[in-house]
Design a protein around this ligand. Structure first.
Ligand code: ARG
Length: 425
């Protein structure tokens, strides 16, 4: 882990210097994620961090371009994840969380950002971080100080006193309250404003109890409709989208009524709410892999016994509701909750999405064009199209035939800068 990070970091330094070059990625097979087909033997020309042109091998005429041989590789747009926690560690759950300072979480974030980028994820939404560590991490990445994906940070998650977004492990006299806790419509508006002030680019709030929080119930709605409407209207006024954490049916329905932009988890979503989400164009970001980690490795990672019990009631149900969502034609994001489980294994969720009703092309589209739409970045990322950012990854087998190819990414470029090249090795 340490070695791979250092190797990746030195590669990053080497290639950052070469970023102004024109690069020709020559002779690879391009996965057209929009149409779900492969275009064999094509070149991609990259200039100033953007895709300049895509065409049949040898037809682009790029004198002076540095050439990277992509023969035998399948090229895709960089993947994205709509729900990660870069500053969290998968081995520090439950009471162990109390030992982690905000600066320490930021340091983990630096390592996890590199790991995530190495796994082919070039853009992520970070849905909640202690303090504003994700905003600072973003700034360090954008200034070139440390490698990592493009981050859309949420800053502090907003939640009710004692809710899923609060910290409920300590007794009263410790006065341990999470930074995003607020009750009442004006108080939550103030939290949205505060998040915006300190750099959040999306608002995350908790609309129901959760699995991993102490003393909360999956089915219980958190915040009233009025409070949710206050969060959504304030955020939209400030130009921010809203992601709600919601497992239970009632909280999901209320958040959809309030007009959120994405429902995270959406585990027990009803048929009626599916219809409403489709009608309103609301994305569902269903993390259907993480249950395997929680039930398999969670106890060793410190997850509370009550959380393990709760997971047993949502894990399988969520997968079934994912299948129903696919059938209902809902907009599905690719969001994993990485951080709850090991960073860099984000792509494990693809196989589950295929097992539960999507074609490989649909699952890949969710992680590329789908998320690009949810993030408001449709013109910048999500496909290998001239004019978009040169976020390009490659694998050595056809991911439309076997989506698990994406679990082993051999080449990663972000903004035209090669972060990792292990092709042919
Ligand atoms: N952060 C989420 C929570 O604590 C994780 C839920 C994971 N379980 C699942 N089936 N998606 O509620």
């Amino acid at each position: 882990m340490l070695r791979s990070f250092l190797a990746a970091a030195s590669l990053f330094a080497l290639s950052a210097a070469a970023s102004a070059e024109t690069l020709l990625l020559a002779g690879g097979h391009i996965v057209d994620v929009e149409r779900g087909v492969v275009m064999k033997d094509h070149d991609v020309l990259v200039e100033d961090g953007r895709i300049k042109a895509v065409g049949r091998a040898g037809t682009l005429g790029a004198p002076g371009a540095a050439r990277i041989d992509m023969a035998g590789a399948w090229l895709l747009p960089g993947l994205s994840d709509s729900h990660v926690h870069l500053t969290s560690r998968a081995d520090l759950h439950g009471f162990r969380r109390l030992t982690v300072s905000i600066p320490r979480a930021a340091i983990s974030g630096v390592a996890n950002a590199a790991t995530t980028l190495r796994a082919g994820f070039t853009t992520v939404r970070n849905l909640g971080a202690p303090g504003f560590t994700d905003v600072d991490l973003k700034s360090a990445i954008d200034s070139g100080e440390v490698p990592g994906p493009r981050i859309i940070p949420a800053g502090q998650s907003i939640g009710i006193t004692g809710g899923h977004c609060d910290s409920n492990l300590m007794p009263y006299e410790a006065h341990d309250t999470s930074g995003g806790v607020a009750d009442g419509p004006w108080a939550v508006r103030q939290k949205v404003r505060e998040n915006k002030k300190y750099g959040a680019e999306v608002i995350k709030f908790c609309g129901t109890g959760g699995v991993l929080s102490k003393g909360t119930t999956i089915g219980a709605q958190q915040f009233t409709l009025e409070e949710m409407q206050a969060i959504v209207s304030e955020a939209h006024e400030l130009g921010l989208k809203v992601a709600v954490h919601a497992h239970g049916a009632k909280g999901i329905a209320t958040a959809i009524e309030a007009g959120v932009d994405s429902v995270e988890h959406a585990s027990l979503i009803t048929d009626q709410s599916l219809k409403d989400a489709v009608k309103k164009g609301i994305f569902l970001s269903m993390d259907i892999y993480v249950s395997d980690f929680i039930l398999g490795e969670g106890e060793a990672a410190g997850i509370l016994p009550e959380s393990l019990e709760k997971e047993k009631t949502v894990g399988k149900a969520q997968r079934e509701r994912f299948q129903a969502a696919v059938k209902a034609g809902a907009k599905l994001a690719f969001g994993t909750d990485a951080g709850v489980y090991t960073h860099g294994l984000n792509a494990r969720q693809f196989a589950f999405m295929v097992q539960w009703g999507m074609t490989p092309a649909e699952a890949i589209r969710a992680a590329t064009m789908g998320n690009a739409e949810l993030f408001g970045l449709k013109d910048d990322i999500g496909s290998l199209t001239a004019g978009k950012r040169a976020d390009i990854i490659a694998v050595d087998g056809d991911p439309l035939a076997d989506v698990r190819q994406l679990e082993d990414v051999d080449f990663v470029m972000k903004d035209g800068v090669v972060f990792y090249d292990g092709l042919g090795k």
